[in-house]
Design a protein around this ligand. Sequence first.
Ligand code: HEM
Length: 518
Amino acid sequence: MLAFSGSCLRISSWDVVFACVVFFLCSCVFDRLTNKGPMLWPVLGIMPSIPLWQDHVYEWSVHALKKAGGTFHFRGAWFGKMYGIVTVDPANVEYMLKTNFGNYPKGKYYRERFVDLLGDGIFNADDELWKEQRRVATSEMHSARFVRHSFGSMQELVHDKLMKILEKTAESCGVIDLQDILLRFTFDNICCAAFGVNPGCLSPELHRVPFAKAFEESTELSLFRFLVPPYIWKPMRALGLGTEKRLKEAVQIVHHFANKTVSDRRSKLKRLGSLNDSSDLLSRLMENKTYCFSDMYLRDFCISFILAGRDTSSVALVWFFWLIHKHPHVEHRILCEITNVLSRRTEEETRTPGGGVPFKAQELNEMVYLHAALTESLRLYPAVPIEMKEVREDDVMPDGTRLRKGARVFCSLHGMGRMEEIWGKDCEEFLPERWITEEGRFVSESQFKYAVFNAGPRLCVGKRFAYTQMKMVAATVLASYQVRVAEGHVAAPKVTTTLYMRYGLPVTIHSRKLGGQS
Ligand code: HEM
């Protein structure tokens, strides 16, 4: 029994328990009356409201967003310093990503967790630091020289590596994990574009490449810092324990590879006096006439770039191949379009050495239905399912939601694709036709409704590159092979910052010949 000596007030343990229960019930009732979103519990915040079974998290969040009218508040467990909103309201998205852009940086919370891997790279930078890299990235990536170079190395990788692996699988009648193969393809591809070096993940033996493995591990372990409170991971980092020890080792391997690539290129420049024969981003930045970038800047720039362009297009392609398997009439229309494009080739153009159909940039541009099918697939399965920003100063969103300084805003790109208010009653259906006019032209949507590639000043720099990559892979593979998903496969999304398929995509590969191919 508790007692205050000298006072007639005596409080028993039962009184304390009773007071706690009353407090608990009152806060539950208060929460229900003021919050349209999921229940926020005392002490644990939103945590007990989130389903433990991973497969249901996305469905649950879509349901919660619909019920709350597009925006709800959340709070993490005590001491985690995590609170804010989740939104799918295009007006809020436009406000955050464009109108009041300066008040919604990536912020300290994000930066702290990624700084060991990314340093000051574009993906981890805000304000002036970001602005300069953005300017450089945009001008280099949109230069005719880079576009030509990246198209050539993409074509080479598709024909000399990817198609060879599919050919071997078709001959052996085996099953492969298409997700693993496509992740390997995009990793090699982005390293060629950024560094001018092919790490060789798509070798015929499908080795595990130490640099790629370390890159994957350091990304996953940096993301783990978002799941555990800072009072746990920070002391672990200081003492070099557990996941933090592994993160440090993985980052060392990534940085060693990147530092060596940068210093080798610097030596080559000194030796030859020019890097005119190399069109990758590292070489172009090193020879930049306006700026003189330090080796550390170049390293961080390239690592950020690899992170941004590594898994996104492959994951998008994985969902695309699964969706067209489920919707054979869409695949049929894509095949008709490819046949049509091939039928316009001259006899000489039709003869392609080594099998496969190397498509030209112009031919890919003509594939409007394929473009629409990829866009539609990304609407339902956005490669980046959630976008996070931090609030710099107290603010009010266009829908009236109040935000305190330091709050987090999560924009659910996955939820946005499934809102009736944005896409209509058929929002859950896979309908590439919604992107095409009666005259057969592709019509794009507002960036703030279709924020799959982000929007406003931080719109994805690699959007054009990604479409070329996805269209080239899809058209080349479909022109030569039918891809069948293994029977009984469950296509469930993994709950992380990239929308991987949780169990991969096991497929069999079957040869086919379209009209127009010799
Ligand atoms: C389907 C493929 C892709 C999708 C859906 C996608 C989506 C996105 C999204 C949502 C962001 C904002 C992320 C954030 O702020 O945290 C972003 C940023 C970025 N993306 Fe992509 N991306 C794709 C492919 C690529 C590729 C292939 C590259 C490189 C060649 C690339 C380069 C970048 C860069 C450098 C940024 C940072 C831009 C900035 O902060 O100013 N992306 N992308």
